[in-house]
Ligand binder design. Structure first.
Ligand code: CP
Length: 335
């Protein structure tokens, strides 16, 4: 494959290969010298038309750890604000020799357009497009779940089991609950598809007004009752309420929303002992998640960010056909 646009494009074998490669990359990140020479001489462009903290920084860190040259492009302060089109921006990047373009865009479908237009020769990696998809977020979420939930018997203690067994069966039957503003969430879309591919059972919990039309055809269950689902969850992923994508008239009130759909300490106490709390970030503390839950020992929120670097290293390594991955137990030359 040359591009990563949607988790729907990943077979089970593709997803497992990325997750296993990310485990190798994580071992490199644990070393005092964190760099590999695999993408030396290659250029990665971070093309961000929408704000980002985690995704932009972790793609930059990942590319640098693979020794690629990195160009960061933010639409703010560029000629996009003078009306330059996506096509002309892409042609400009192509002229500078981009081997990979990591794109975040407010328009659903923009990365697909870049990948199929012929304006770019390099790989296109979707870093979040509108309300459509955020595939590397789903991959880092699956990586995190796999580390905590892999191979466990139902209800058993499962924390920090280490990498999956490479058979792709390690999320089979895991019960993942995704809660909140599904309507505007590219993270939910990518996760539902990827987790289904990996054999997990996904339940979406949301107010009816924050579920998309057509959710009935997604490969998951839907519930409106968080309290009923929580005790049967191996992981509970809270979603940010995306006010910037809503008409102000439809803002849910913070108190009512958190009462019915927020995760606080009382609800967390009803989760199985082994279950983890996830959030892609950024969080609305006090709305979809209380501060004590976000900072609790069951929260993997900071760990998800760290795992994002390993997963993005794996994606770029595989798409750009880096040199053979060295034995990560052997000394690695500083590139
Ligand atoms: N999870 C996520 O995409 O965060 P950023 O918007 O900060 O990149």
């Amino acid at each position: 494959k040359r591009h990563l646009i949607s988790t729907a494009d990943l077979s089970r074998d593709d997803a497992i290969l990325i997750l296993d490669t990310a485990e190798e990359m994580a071992r490199v990140a644990d070393r005092p010298i964190k760099k590999l020479p695999t993408l030396r001489g290659r250029t990665v462009v971070n093309l961000f038309f929408e704000d980002s903290t985690r995704t932009r920084i972790s793609f930059e860190a990942a590319a640098k750890r693979l020794s690629a040259d990195v160009i960061n492009f933010s639409a703010k302060g560029s000629s996009v604000s003078k009306g330059e089109s996506l096509k002309d921006t892409a042609l400009t990047l192509q002229a500078m020799g981009a081997d990979a373009v990591v794109v975040r865009h407010h328009a659903s479908g923009a990365p697909h357009r870049l990948a199929t237009s012929g304006w770019l020769n390099g790989s296109v990696i979707n870093a979040g497009d509108g309300t459509h998809e955020h595939p590397t977020q789903a991959l880092l979420d699956a990586f995190t779940m796999r580390r905590h939930l892999a191979g466990a018997a139902d209800g058993g203690p499962v924390h920090h089991r280490g990498p999956g067994d490479g058979t792709g069966r390690d999320l089979d039957g895991r019960r993942i609950t995704i809660v909140g503003d599904v309507l505007h969430s590219r993270v939910a879309r990518s996760n539902v598809q990827l987790l289904h591919t990996l054999g997990a059972q996904v339940t979406l919990v949301a107010p009816p007004t924050l579920l998309p039309i057509g959710v009935g055809s997604w490969p998951c269950e839907v519930s409106y009752d968080l309290d009923a689902v929580i005790p049967k969850s191996d992981a509970v992923m809270m979603l940010r309420v995306q006010r910037e994508r809503m008409n102000a008239a439809f803002f849910p009130t913070e108190r009512e929303y958190s009462r019915r759909y927020g995760l606080d300490g009382l609800r967390m106490a009803r989760m199985p002992e082994h279950a983890i709390v996830m959030h892609p970030g950024p969080m609305n503390r006090g709305m979809e998640i209380s501060a004590d839950v976000a900072d609790s020992h069951r929260s993997t929120i900071v760990e998800q960010v760290a795992n994002g670097v390993s997963v993005r290293m794996a994606v770029m390594y595989l798409l750009l056909g880096g040199a053979v991955l060295p034995d990560t137990d052997a000394p690695i030359r500083n590139a």
